[in-house]
Design a protein around this ligand. Sequence first.
Ligand code: WTA
Length: 659
Amino acid sequence: MTEETLSNLLKEDRRFEPPAEIAEHANLTAEAYDRAAADPEAFWAEQAGRLDWTQQWDQVLDWSNPPFAKWFVGGRLNAAYNCVDRHVEAGRGDKVALHWVGEPEGDTRDLTYAQLQDEVCQAANALTELGVTAGDRVAIYLPMIPEAVVAMLACARIGAPHTVVFGGFSSEALASRLVDCQAKVIVTSDGGYRRGSAAALKPAVDEAREKSSAQGHDVEKVLVVRRTGQDLGEGGWDDAVDVWWHDAVAGASTEHTPESFDSEHPLYVMYTSGTTGKPKGILHTTGGYLTGTSYTHWAVFDLKPETDVYWCSADIGWVTGHSYMVYGPLANGVTQVMYEGVPDSPERGRWWKIIQDYKVTIFYTAPTAIRSFMKQGREIPDRYDMSSLRILGSVGEPINPEAYVWYRHVIGGDRTPVVDTWWQTETGMIMISPLPGVTHGKPGSAMTPIPGVAAEVVNEAGEPVANGSGGYLVLTQPWPSMLRTIWGDDERFKDTYWSRFRNEGFYFAGDGAKKDDDGDIWVLGRVDDVMNVSGHRLSTTEIESALVSHPKVAEAAVVGAKDEDTGQAVCAFVILREEAGDGGDDIVAELRQHVRKEIGPIATPRQIMVVPELPKTRSGKIMRRLLRDVAEHREVGDVTTLADSSVMDLISQGLTGTA
Ligand code: WTA
């Protein structure tokens, strides 16, 4: 972000007071900040008390071997029991847990907590029958159907960490995750609905399984949900491996006794892009994670579980779907909406119709979605009655003030606070956010760390910056839902997050931020080689490796360029191999297709430019800053550190193939 946009941002002076009725009945009040800061461990112990433990912990936090934390040491619990059974036992079995809305119109299903309990027990029995035991990893590659939630909870119930892979990822991406965490079983479906048609998933699983075997890891079983009923094709079913969900799960007993696991038992691994080509498997464990997600879901959305209808539009394949669709909300026993499809199918008002139909009171989505609705105009949402909404949330990337104000005004009828929530896959839970009944809203600012969390903006030397200045966002104290490590790679865990400010013992988030004159935090975006496209993290190096794996490409450099709709967009610069000549007329289309296949559609470059050279420093490092200037149509900045300063002229002259 340039200094100019930054100062424009900080001139933003619209303020929104918390509505009186929310303030009056707020779950947390201003005193919580001081109380939590005075004794964080006592505060977190109080929050852990929202869960049912079969054995009380002896110690809240063991930080004797940083950065490896242990929370609620000695405590035992079962995550699925906490998300499902205990609500049934408390007499709320008939309460709807999920209002599931399929993409095809009229294709809906309501699951009560009692029904969810039956299905989770059946799936737990079926997984056990397939040979899964505590500690085994299970990959889940499913569309947004109830079985995805059931499968996750069934894994949690038997202590088998799940790794959910976004259904939009390629077989290649799935394979690398299967290998990295050595998954024993995959839960998938024949396909899913997207924009009105059935899209296959199972063939990608078969391919991934083959690729995984080629790398020495055999997946034992594949459990397949029949969602679309589409033909699996020649060779699309292997009796030795594939098992139908409707046989294995539907036929299993609904009785299952949950076992208690240690508070630090692994709950799941979620892969996310880092600065190298290899995704990082972020490990979350049980007690602290569930404490953090249920507390934040209750505090930040000011949740009233008896009356609220909550909807988070995130896909289950991302951390937001884990923390704020599955674990947080279900631990809190709320009724929620789950939607299978895209926002504009069969028509552009689909989301708003869902809010109207189910009288949604809390809605949580991403700025990129808000911006695309803004573009379509307010006439569409204006057709629906959304007066049930009382709180709106935003996550995934900085929300620009215009989008924030539009969201509040058009979707929220100017009544609803907007909580701009900053957090990461690694943090597991919301860390910086306003509290809707306490904090006034400032469009564009995530405001302050929530009670129990300690964050700072620091300079290179690790010293807090003065109000009005910018620096690096760090977390200065451990928190219960923090990642425990990178799966199988403690060294990378230490290097990535804990080495930059080793002396201070701070967690380095990888984001730049600024404190305004009031000391409130404005998160500005990544300071490393990670892009944020539509709220999804993508690594520049990962896309570069995908491009270079194409036989016609000699070298590639990728940058994230500012994009009105997606926040950032992928722009690639490639040098072709000599023998490829000019690559042919379709070279750009061919390369875009190649990236889709290697990583997935979300990584498809918006633009690919074929260039004769790349700008490099004398030490051979690509100067992405200059490429970003080209991609964003700016005058190219300072080139004095380039090994050959004429390269930028060559690039400007030689640009071809702009898609
Ligand atoms: C960015 C998603 C500004 C940030 C929960 C972070 C945000 C990355 C915000 C994590 C926000 C997330 N304001 N930036 N409210 N929320 N980010 O792991 O760059 O997919 O580091 O987790 O998204 O992305 P992740």
